[in-house]
Design a protein around this ligand. Sequence first.
Ligand code: ATP
Length: 328
Amino acid sequence: MSARPPWTSLHAQIHRTLRSRHLLPRDRRLLVAVSGGQDSLCLIKLLLDLQPKWGWFLAIAHCNHRWRDDSAANAQHVANLAKTWAIPFYCTTADRSLPSEAAARTWRYQALSAIACQNDYQYIVTGHTQSDRAETLLYNLMRGSGADGLQALTWQRDFSDRLQLVRPLLEVSRHTTAQFCQDMQLPIWEDATNQNLQYARNRIRLELIPYLQNNFNPQVEQALAQTAELLHADVEYLEFAAQQLKHQATHPQDPLKLNRHILQTAPLALQRRVMRQFLCQALDRSLTFEQIEKLTALITAPNKAQTDPFPGGAIAKVETGWIYLVLS
Ligand SMILES: Nc1ncnc2c1ncn2[C@@H]1O[C@H](COP(=O)(O)OP(=O)(O)OP(=O)(O)O)[C@@H](O)[C@H]1O
């Protein structure tokens, strides 16, 4: 008989989080995204240890960006771990060079979704931590994000009707995942690019956060993550209220026409969100703050006012009580 795994306070914390937030229901098929770094190793070990209580079917997915000389060795390292734990392993390798961190991220999520869909997994689980959440909030704050960007990394996100992304470690610091890996003797694969100060994200992690911890608040990561959590609830509510307002303001026979009188009585926060939802849906792309502001301005603009063309050529115009979008 194999010995039972040790039960630590972190096991108990994650067990409680999964239960209270209903993140990963029992008996589901989970695809765990493992880079080989400390956070995702901590995640997979916790899920393996909790598995008997929850009845999940676990598998590992690794994405090889081919960014580093040791990328193939890194993938092999994760493959070996999956073999040791006797769980399925899926690996995708990029077939083109990925020009930026953002491009790599987009490719990675597409690759993970494809593996999940082809092999019938309902959940992709990642090892994002409280520290990632705090860093993402700071990064987006400096880029001028609204609350939507500052809610930074949510516990779960729908990829489709049948596939969800879940991040169970959002209340766990990177310090804790490192300690856990050490205690459990998990073989971390160190990613040398994490130390490269050319990347803004690394400068935030290695320079800005330590500065804030030393000079302002030792618990700054926790405080920022808490801000993200509060903003998340606000954003959820505002998006819901905006959806309802958009529904009321949309012309019953023409989805490209909005009633200005209804919008004029709403607060600016909702006007902006309605305009963003309306434009994103009609043009099927995300838009900049300035483009949404131009459309919002039409709510109170004189009759016959219009915007410059949006990407793709569409123009919004005012016709007495209505704003309507003319697609090119
Ligand atoms: N190469 C990889 N293969 C599989 N999973 C990965 C890989 N890289 C990252 N992940 C998953 O994503 C999580 C977050 O990693 P990291 O913080 O490096 O990514 P990121 O680019 O900042 O992602 P995001 O934009 O989603 O925050 C990891 O804990 C892991 O679960």
